[in-house]
Design a protein around this ligand. Structure first.
Ligand code: DC
Length: 221
């Protein structure tokens, strides 16, 4: 079973994806971490973030060490990831890895911006997770404070809105729900309530696709 979870920054899609992966015993890929890794490499090397050649070459040569860099979750890296992720060559370089991950035997849970539209249009269940921008800014600020980092909620809100615009307005793989995605607005939902709603959506999508599948031919001569 492939579960595709898309949505804007700090919508709760990552938490939801991890919980669903645990619940169904499926491997999970946070596709944003790939774009963050490309951005982080450029930042670390002091390269220009708008240098398309450098970004593409980083995307083609990511290593497990890049993916476990503790600075991946920084605000600065998230902003930079939004810039490099608008480059078609960077997206193309990361496509095969994501598709192969999704199509491994047994399936997987992937979260990102274009999982249901580009990476896995055939996913068994698609969720588009949203929350109002001020709610997302508050959640992000709480997350930073919990890590002992400074958090200016007003500035975080501005960054979130700028990132939403950049992710939604780029010509290649823009942030938008797939036509067959189920919208899940978590603005007023606890993590547990969002999880329960997601399970209900997935169970119904899976039963529906099983009902639509042609019956298997009986085995034998
Ligand atoms: O989900 P995130 O905050 O870790 O994503 C960081 C950036 O990466 C985000 O601003 C847009 C980009 N991204 C993308 O373009 N496509 C994806 N599938 C995942 C993330």
């Amino acid at each position: 079973m492939i579960i595709a979870i898309d949505g804007p920054a700090s919508s709760g899609k990552g938490t939801l994806a991890r919980k669903l992966a645990l619940h169904y015993g499926l491997p999970h890929l946070d596709t944003g971490s790939l774009y963050r890794s490309v951005a982080r490499r450029l930042l670390r090397e002091g390269a220009d973030l708008h240098d398309v050649g450098a970004a593409e070459s980083a995307a083609r040569s990511l290593t497990p060490a890049d993916l476990s860099d503790p600075a991946l979750r920084d605000e600065k890296t998230g902003e930079a990831a939004s810039v490099v992720s608008a480059m078609p060559g960077v997206r193309a370089a990361l496509l095969d890895y994501q598709r192969t991950f999704a199509r491994q035997p047994g399936g997987a849970v992937l979260d990102g911006r274009d999982v249901g539209t580009v990476i896995c249009p055939e996913a068994d269940a698609k969720l588009f997770v949203t929350a109002a921008a001020p709610v997302r800014a508050r959640r992000r600020a709480d997350e930073l404070k919990a890590r002992g980092e400074p958090a200016d909620e007003g500035r975080i809100l501005e960054d979130i809105e700028a990132r939403d615009r950049r992710d939604a307005e780029r010509p290649v793989a823009p942030l938008r729900p797939a036509a067959d995605a189920h919208l899940l607005d978590t603005s007023n939902l606890s993590i547990e309530a969002a999880f329960a709603a997601a399970i209900a959506v997935i169970e119904s999508a899976v039963h529906q696709s099983a009902a639509e599948r042609p019956p298997e031919k009986p085995a034998g001569p």
